[in-house]
Ligand binder design. Sequence first.
Ligand code: AMP
Length: 289
Amino acid sequence: MSRGNPSAPPIIETDPVRMRETILAARRQGRRVGFVPTMGALHRGHGSLVSRAAAECDDVVVSIFVNPKQFGPSEDYSRYPRTLDADRDLVGSCGARWVFVPEAQATYPPGHATNVVVGAPAADFEGAVRPGHFAGVATVVCWLFNVVPADIAYFGAKDWQQSVVVRRMVQDLAIPITIEVCPTIREPDGLALSSRNAYLSADERRRATALHEGLRAAARAWEAGEDVAAVEGMIRTALEARDIPVDYAVVVDPLSLLAPHPGSAAVALVAGRLGSTRLIDNLPLPPRG
Ligand code: AMP
């Protein structure tokens, strides 16, 4: 339903005050605004979020900000790929009207001292392996939601725990925005698209399919009625068979991330290490009788 001009390249905006005024002006005209927050190095997975937003909204804004606060001191902040020109073309072809590219100085002005810390859903899994990561995510997403006061924000199911943390924050802080979570886009061999796949050597790329294969095996075992520990063990075994150290391989409740309720839907979450690259993936598991 996007009424933007899909052939016009998106407008780059770097100034938070102007960005906010532009969004508010669009909404005053009765336009529904969709927002896709990203860190850039965009691929078809991000493109799918932008296309969904363009199908459901009148205008779409994509933010690109490699957020230093969500990287640990030994993580890949400085080598994270930055590909602004290609990103702009991609989101333009998917129907974005604006690309918001704030400077780190604007996001975190001198003296910045406020962080948003989400509790329980941020504690385990990525939160345990990457201390401070979700505080960094929640802080920047909260800031972005103030600067880009859109109607709907689109996130990927690929980062399942992140989507749970963001929903929790929006609910707890009464932020007036609707959160939509969109399906994970994959390579033909099942590997979830990720900006970090670019780091993989040819051998690591071949072995990386173990994450999705483990999740698929887990889904079959789940549907066959295996208990949670056995299902988790299948994921772990698939990674270890390809020499991939496992950070976690769990089956949890999709909303609370605690132990799943018998008979209810669940989600399998996995994280593994290929050399210096960490990959995460997940697969929703249906309710079973
Ligand atoms: P990132 O730039 O990695 O922070 O991701 C920005 C948004 O794109 C997040 O909501 C991600 O969950 C989403 N995303 C990343 N990879 C995929 C994928 N393969 N399929 C769908 N969404 C994705």
